[in-house]
Design a protein around this ligand. Sequence first.
Ligand SMILES: [Zn+2]
Length: 501
Amino acid sequence: MTRRTACLLAALCLLVLSGAAQGLRRALIRSFFIDGPHGVAPVLTGQLTAGSGLAAAARVRVVLLDGLGREHTAGLPALQALCEAGLDLVVDVGFPTVSLPVQHVLWTGLTQQQSGIQYRVSGLDPPVRIGLPGRIQDSQAVAESHAEIVHSFAFGKVLPSRTQSPHEGVAWRHHGFQQAALELARSDVRLGFVHVLRIDEAGHQAGPQTASYRQAAQQADALLSALVAEDRRTHPAGGTAWFVLSDHGHRRGGGHGDAEDEVRLVRACIAGIVPTGPLPPGRSIHLVDLARALAEAAGVPRETEAAGRTLSVALDHPERGATLPRPSAIRWAIALLVLVASFALGVRAVPRAWAVPLWLPLACACVVALDGPPTLSSRAVYAPMGRNMLVGASPGLLLLLATMILGLRCTSAPRLATAQLALPVGAAVAVLVLCGALERIARLSLHPPLVPFWTGRASLLLTLCFSGAAVAALPVLVAAVRGPSDPSARAAGAGRGVSAP
Ligand SMILES: [Zn+2]
């Protein structure tokens, strides 16, 4: 085979690899949002222990401060007062950290992996029949916006309507929502739910370190204060159990979805039903535990498969991260094997120190420096072309280009391409194995490939394979067109004192 043919073949393979990696990445991202099959319950210490649950309350009020990060709850007086009057908890909401699925856990007590409702952003229509809202006839929900979320559950009454026009949505937000929430606080319905969304919206716009986020949190706190005051005024004898919680926080630049502590661990307070105990604030439980407490307070039997423990048991056994999905040991073994084999293949192709694909760690480090870790909480992970990740990876891609241009002078294109791309491809395949993406994309499995942190990394590695193969193809194509001399022939010629053409 002539050098020109070898270059053409290598370029063709690189371009095919680039297209395949991009296609695989798009298929991976699409597969996030498809509901999975029912799964098994997590194993939590004491879940079979009866323990002493909460007594049923006359009324239960749940206020969800969507998107409020735990570290941003300081300086919210109404929330602080409720927490001090009862239990001040840290709740692990599970994974992914997306509002509708997290709320599904709250109402049903089933983890996302159990119910299969994992990364659902569109509403459930018809609403789910299981869970608390459908079991209580006089249950009511009021949402500030994104009404499709509350309409996904079988509340007896839901405001606003699912089919609100944008114009009606603005009017509702400014006038209707607060009035409807206050009316709910005054009412005698057994289960009342208020979903506040302005904090999450501010978090998405500019992140949680902004004045607009703080202002939204303070406005939500003022509403909470008004709700509690209204309840006390109309029910002076008490009897109302308050559950106030967030469903996720935001990462620094805004965004949520993955399992970062600042996103996944939220503050929650239960008041009006539990005495102020000797417990210090900040004790950790899981959302399924909170869901059980909520069902007990509402006087409704929990779902039979629900894994939540009574509060006393849960507080004694925090078991950090116990409800999160993890790669199995066999997946780890396969992934490591693929990684080692791909590294060996690259080294065997060009056994020189300069040919080690250092562009890969450089590109990864630059992406992390520019945009933070590639998790499901980062917008860059979902972008169709991964533009922000490509910008971040550019120093690594430039190093790859330079290595290819210089390397072609002393080795063949197929060998050089293998040395530079085998490890990135192996790393991408290894991560896809860890999150179960290959069998999902091949339709051999129905489980969405959602595993904390690894799914986000798969998007980055596939972006690097797609862009790296395209960048590596450029000098190879130029070499094929220009038809440079065979490096081995040049070396032999130099040995005989003859200059290469
Ligand atoms: Zn959000």
